[in-house]
Design a protein around this ligand. Structure first.
Ligand SMILES: [Zn+2]
Ligand SMILES: [Zn+2]
Length: 557
């Protein structure tokens, strides 16, 4: 198949978000110029990997030698904006487009990263088109769990591409800003070449339900709470913060954000008009100390059981100024993200022990998803009537099921593409096909430094196999073993150090070391290798574990 004139060829490259929920980053390229849609992070599901976040592997952006005309952010969630500082470090002058609220959050990320660039932030608004290189972009209003979320209609030399962003079709949105059904239908009328659509909740039948359906539930929970009311939700969920603030005000409660992120969200919400309440509605924690308990609602981050969050501290009763007590209600207003259940369960148990009533999704309808269920996904396809379809924002199984749904909705199989991170799709005027892959991947970012795969591998080994340290003193002149081997282990066998296994391992190692010719022992590499090999083999055979072995060979003159 001929590529034809490159000026009328568009290439789409997914560098993240197709194979996981997170790390969203897509490149659209035409004749050497390109735009980036979203630039997000992902939080590691395994806590043993530390408190870092994953960012997409960005080196391809430089290697591609493309000229980037814009980064366009669809909304303010971390999985769409969190890696922006890393991208701006490489491309400090690229214009960054987003709605006012999205840019307010993005600006904070860039400031937090201590980035020494004057980023070129450019506000965009639904219905107002703008140009970026060879593309004409138009943000379209969608509903989602953070305000001012948009989809994008991207006019290219090969037709209109619709990128859904994260969306649901909320018929009664909290801020009154409705999903722009008419605009999507008009684009469908005009002819959409390709639809890229959010796959997160493709496993859920029916519709997602309206965010505003939570208000009566929150109202009744607040009304029956004798003392303090705690709501834990994602800090960017300004719709939910708005609703709990409204029902709190109805009964004379002030609202106190706990923790830096939550306070920052409330502040940005007020600055951008998303949280429009009279002065005095929100208080600092120290200002609320003098209020009676039934006059206060607290907003706490940490609904996923994050160890350092306000909620975790409350549950552990280690918060500096607040103690949960009988009569308090704690509402976990979010989904339990798979992988976090154990930590959340522990948290719930602790809160119960402190005497609080704890309400979560399994016992009362205190959460509604921000992502479209199957009927809404089908509606998006019906409205836009795309020629080509690519599912985005999902793990492989979500992408696969969404592809199936598109085919059921009438898009021929040959026009549906299941792309994964690193894949690229080329569109010409008459054709669409996969092209050479890009280097995609993820990098762990922690404490201001990028970490390599070897370090993550070490942590996994430590967690799964434990660790054993062997201490040996060898004479440098004669090669005689002067002391040891002594073994210390952690997380490997019970009764570490004194167990029969440790004694047997020590004897085994002693024999192995004795078998090495003394002159060879002086060069410590030989001894180290033998220690690692012997102890690994011993523990694999004896207990089925592959410990992380640390040989500590002291060379004595
Ligand atoms: Zn997302
Ligand atoms: Zn989102």
């Amino acid at each position: 198949m001929g590529v034809g004139n490159t000026a009328s060829t568009v290439r789409i490259v997914a560098l993240g978000g197709l194979g996981e929920i997170g790390l969203n980053l897509m490149v659209m390229e035409c004749a050497g110029r390109a735009i980036v849609v979203d630039c997000g992070v992902m939080f590691p599901e395994e806590r043993l990997l530390g408190n870092g976040v994953y960012i997409p592997e960005l080196s391809w952006l430089e290697e591609s030698r493309l000229a980037f005309d814009a980064v366009v952010l669809t909304h303010a969630h971390e999985d769409h904006i969190g890696a922006l500082p890393h991208l701006l470090r490489r491309f400090p002058t690229v214009p960054v487009y987003g709605t006012a609220l999205t840019l307010a959050f993005a600006r904070r990320r860039v400031e937090d990263a201590g980035l020494d660039v004057a980023a070129d932030f450019r506000p965009m608004m639904p219905g107002r088109g703008f140009e970026a290189g060879p593309f004409k972009l138009e943000p379209i209003r969608v509903t989602h769990s953070t305000p001012e979320s948009v989809a994008l209609a991207i006019r290219t030399p090969v037709g209109i591409i619709v990128h859904s962003g994260d969306f649901k079709i909320d018929q009664a949105p909290v801020d009154g800003e409705r999903f722009d059904t008419a605009r999507f239908a008009a684009l469908g009328e005009e002819g959409v070449r390709l639809l890229l659509s959010d796959s997160t909740n493709v496993e859920r039948e029916g519709r997602s339900g309206s965010e505003s359906s939570l208000k009566p539930v929150l109202r009744s929970l607040v009304a029956r709470t004798r003392k303090r009311f705690f709501l834990s939700a994602f800090s960017s969920h300004l719709h939910r913060i708005r609703q709990v603030t409204e029902v709190s005000r109805e009964v004379g409660r002030r609202v106190v954000p706990l923790g830096r992120r939550m306070a920052e969200s409330v502040r940005l919400g007020m600055e951008t008009g998303q949280l429009s309440f009279p002065p005095g509605t929100f208080l600092e924690p120290e200002e609320a100390e003098f209020l009676e308990p039934h006059r206060v609602t607290y907003l706490a981050s940490g609904s996923q059981g994050e160890p350092l969050s306000a909620l975790a501290r409350l549950a552990a009763d280690s918060h500096p100024r607040l103690h949960v007590e009988p009569g308090d209600t704690v509402v976990l207003s979010s989904r339990f993200i798979p992988g976090n259940e154990r930590m959340i369960n522990t948290l719930v148990n602790h809160l119960y022990k402190l005497g609080a009533e704890v309400i979560y999704d399994a016992v009362a309808p205190v959460h509604v998803s921000g992502h479209a269920s199957r009927d809404e996904l089908a509606e998006m396809i019906r409205l836009t009537r795309p020629q080509l379809f690519v599912p985005i924002h999902g793990e492989y199984r979500h992408l696969s099921r969404h592809l199936q749904l598109a085919m059921e909705a009438g898009i021929p199989q040959r026009n549906c593409f299941l792309l994964e991170d690193g894949d690229s799709l080329v569109l010409t005027a008459s054709d669409a096909y996969r092209s050479r892959p890009a280097a995609a991947g993820r990098v762990l970012f922690e404490g201001g430094e990028l970490e390599d795969a070897a370090l993550i591998g070490e942590r996994k080994t430590l967690a799964q196999g434990g660790t054993v340290v062997a201490v040996i003193a060898v004479s440098m002149s004669t090669g005689t073993i002067i002391a040891g081997p002594d073994l210390v282990s952690r997380g490997l066998v019970s009764g570490d150090g004194t167990s029969a296994h440790m004694r047997a391992a020590r004897e085994e190692l002693k024999a192995r070391l004795a078998a090495i010719e003394p002159p060879l022992r002086a060069g410590d590499m030989r001894v180290r290798d033998e220690v690692v090999r012997t102890l690994r083999r011993y523990f694999i055979d004896a207990v089925g574990k592959r410990p992380f072995v640390i040989p500590h060979v002291m060379e004595v003159p």
